[in-house]
Design a protein around this ligand. Structure first.
Ligand code: ADP
Ligand code: MG
Length: 723
């Protein structure tokens, strides 16, 4: 039978309707889908191992017998861990699972079952164990070849051996000589046409063959093997390159990873080129108001702020929209750059919209902008979802009439009711808290306004090239002069008395402190300190001090009242949940105590720590770990002790948590890569980006005949890549 990439999987030999359904559930309908289901990793069968001989960090495969399966809760939290204990003649080892691969997975394993375990050996408290290894029953038909075996994601109802067989069938079909005269399979996929399959609806498509989609010059310049060969090798790795495959450095893997990055970068390059064709108001002039603002400041701009500002001025003078990301560590003074830009737009006769992720931050920016810009005669307004409808109506009206020159707000700014008279500049603060979709919809409010985004989460280079790959970047890599270093210490709950004594001393010398808890309510049933309860306890510990409580369930007016008190020094200690994570700026506060620090991501800890060290006072950050924290959590916290460099922390965080979690669920702009890994494959990403941007630069109108196929493919992928 002839097989093309469009052949439905259930027409493959050995796949019936039942397996077809199993595959379909995993998103695999055609041979093409199947061949793009890549192995998670490979099992190295070249050297048989015994449990007694294992050493940390080895990637191994071994045959063993199940001794038992058990589950337990981790510490006092609700999270469960599963363990499959296996043994051979030389010893026993635990296979630990912190997530359940699928429902019923652990029920499959009974004592005395013969299994194969493959994975990386980890040392934990002096013992060897596996974390999330591949475990499957040894089978009669199991491959015995002395080679690399691809391991795919575990799927219920589909054994690994069966899956490998189906893929082999597909590959030999694809590579068979019959290919030149492919026969159409009898019948149609039950999935491709589910609605009223009337006669004549199935115009047969010409069979697409497995061909190289990348332009020839790209494959040549970057020495990439052709797709068909690459796919074959990925599923059937040649023994002589086994070591490369284990490290995901084989040419075949490089080829696939390159392509995944290439489409994304091509899209970014295309978007970028599109921006350069748009028209935007060109902002020019003497910067008279801007200079008056600078002269009114109680400080000098840092060199890095001046440089970023100069870059903005250059961008907005052009007739097409600026798309610039200002990256600067917490406390580096990004807000100032935003205000300069807003003032510049105002003196050119245009409006600016500044969007921030939280009400607290909106209010803070609004007060700051009021104080600094009103004396210059620039009219500023606040717009948040929590304002009374009548107040909002009024702001809408003043925006539409053009009276308001700078509006500061939350998501409320992207509501349909918000109309501008002449919006020229959109600024988004703390961009990492927003999704890409929001970035675009806000932009649609004006006629291609200039666009300035700011983020305090230093973004590892790989993410800057993907998520923000269509933006120019300014980096504020200098903190204002006179800033004190922040001393960070990791400690345990048992040391609370000492921590509170320390806080007391600081407050007695005139400072203020934050105490942060991860959650608000016990209702989550997770054994975390409850900010409300702890607040009462702390009041008992500090009877003479003024304490305030801030959490996400409070009404906005209440939150703002507490924030204002703290800002004005009327509170000594602010007990809070993470609502203060971004942006909050109270220079007199110099102690940050973070309870259950193990619950926070590194970047989040860095953000929280950035709430102190904002004035002239020596500042401190105390990370208090709960009982029963894992070794890994402790090591993570200790990274915070060692470095204050946001970029290094971000890299470490990306490595530990992966891009999805690093960016948070709200960041929808990142495609799910099948093989590419942003941490591991930075070099390939750089090459793919270079190739894609060159392609657009050489053919900006996208009309060179030899590129047509690539543009068509890109259009088809567009919806799948970036939303
Ligand atoms: P971030 O970059 O984290 O948003 P902010 O813009 O909130 O930082 O600035 C932090 C603090 O530093 C603010 O109180 C701000 O007024 C102050 N600041 C900004 N620029 C300077 C400067 N050049 N010199 C001294 N202080 C500055
Ligand atoms: Mg800020």
């Amino acid at each position: 039978m002839g097989i093309s990439v469009d052949t439905p999987v259930q027409f493959l030999k050995g796949v019936g309707p039942r397996l077809g359904e199993v595959l379909h559930k995993r998103g695999i309908s055609t041979v093409e889908d199947l061949l793009h289901w890549f192995p998670r990793t490979y099992e190295d069968r070249r050297a048989a191992r015994s449990i007694g001989s294992l050493a940390p960090e080895q990637v191994v495969s071994l045959a063993a017998e199940v001794v038992g399966v058990r589950s337990m809760t981790l510490g006092r939290s609700k999270r469960r861990m599963y363990e499959i204990i296996v043994a051979d003649k030389s010893g026993r080892i635990a296979c630990k699972f912190f997530r359940v691969p699928y429902k019923g997975y652990f029920e499959r394993f009974q004592p005395q079952d013969k299994v194969r375990v493959a994975g990386k050996v980890t040392e934990y408290r002096g013992r060897m164990e596996f974390h999330h290894p591949d475990v499957h029953h040894l089978r009669e038909d199991e491959e015995t070849a002395d080679t690399l075996i691809p391991l795919y994601t575990e799927t219920e109802g589909l054994s690994p051996a069966k899956l490998r067989k189906i893929i082999d069938t597909a590959l030999s079909g694809i590579f068979s000589p019959e290919l030149t005269t492919p026969a159409k399979p009898a019948g149609q996929s039950p999935y491709s046409q589910s609605k009223s399959p009337g006669r004549g609806q199935f115009a047969p498509k010409p069979d697409r063959q497995l061909v190289e989609p990348l332009p020839a010059w790209v494959c040549q310049q970057y020495q990439l093997p052709q797709l068909p060969q690459a796919l074959r090798e990925i599923h059937q790795p040649p023994p002589q390159t086994a070591d490369l495959f284990l490290k995901f450095q084989a040419p075949a893997q490089r080829r696939v990873i390159f392509e995944e990055f290439f489409w994304l970068e091509l899209l970014l390059a295309q978007r970028r080129a599109g921006v350069e064709r748009e028209q935007a108001p060109s902002l020019k002039g003497q910067q008279e108001l801007v200079h008056r603002l600078i002269a009114s400041l109680e400080f000098q701009l840092t060199g890095a702020q001046k440089k970023a500002w100069a870059e903005v001025v250059q961008d907005v003078a052009k007739p097409h929209p600026m798309h610039r990301l200002v990256q600067g560590d917490v406390g580096s003074g990004k807000t100032m750059v935003a205000l300069l830009a807003a003032v510049y737009a105002a003196e050119n006769g245009y409006q600016t919209s500044l969007m921030v992720p939280t009400e607290i931050l909106a209010e803070q920016h609004f007060q700051n902008a009021q104080r600094r810009l009103s004396p210059l005669g620039v009219r500023v307004a606040l717009l948040t979802g929590q304002m009374k409808p009548s107040e909002r109506q009024e702001v809408y009206q003043r925006l539409e009439s053009g009276e308001i020159q700078l509006v500061i707000g939350t998501h409320a700014l992207i509501q349909a009711e918000v109309k501008f008279k002449n919006l020229a500049l959109v600024i988004i603060d703390e961009q990492h808290r927003f999704g890409v979709g929001q970035r675009l919809s806000l932009k649609e409010k004006g006629l291609s306004p200039h666009f300035l985004v700011m983020t305090a989460t230093p973004i590892p280079r790989s993410l800057a090239m993907t998520v923000y790959g269509d933006l120019d970047v300014s980096i504020i890599d200098e903190l204002p002069a006179g800033r004190q270093q922040i001393t960070t210490r990791v400690t345990y709950q048992s040391k609370h008395p000492q921590v509170w004594d320390f806080v007391e001393k600081q407050i007695l010398s005139g400072r203020q402190a934050y105490v942060v808890y991860p959650l608000v309510e016990e209702s989550e049933k997770i054994d975390l300190k409850n900010a409300v309860e702890e607040f009462d306890k702390l009041k008992g510990r500090f009877p003479k001090f003024r304490l305030g409580l801030l959490h996400g369930r409070m009404k906005p007016v209440e939150k703002e009242a507490v924030m204002t008190q703290f800002r004005q020094g009327e509170l000594d200690i602010l007990v809070s949940t993470t609502v203060i994570e971004v942006g909050v700026d109270v220079p007199n506060a110099n102690v940050m105590v973070i309870e259950h620090a193990e619950r926070f991501g590194l970047s989040q800890l860095h953000q929280l720590r950035g709430r102190v060290g904002r004035g002239a006072f020596k500042s401190y950050c105390v990370l208090v770990l709960g009982y029963a924290v894992s070794e890994e959590s402790r090591q993570r916290a200790e990274i915070m002790e060692k470095t204050a460099d946001g970029f290094r922390i971000a890299e470490a965080d990306l490595e530990l948590r992966g891009p999805g979690e690093f960016l948070g669920t709200r960041q929808s702009g990142l495609p799910g890569f099948k093989m590419a890994n942003l941490v591991r494959d930075l070099g390939i990403l750089q090459q793919a980006r270079q190739a894609a941007f060159k392609m657009i630069a050489d053919d900006p109108q996208m009309n060179h005949p030899e590129n047509q196929r690539v543009w068509q493919l890109l259009a088809a992928k567009q919806s799948a890549v970036v939303g």
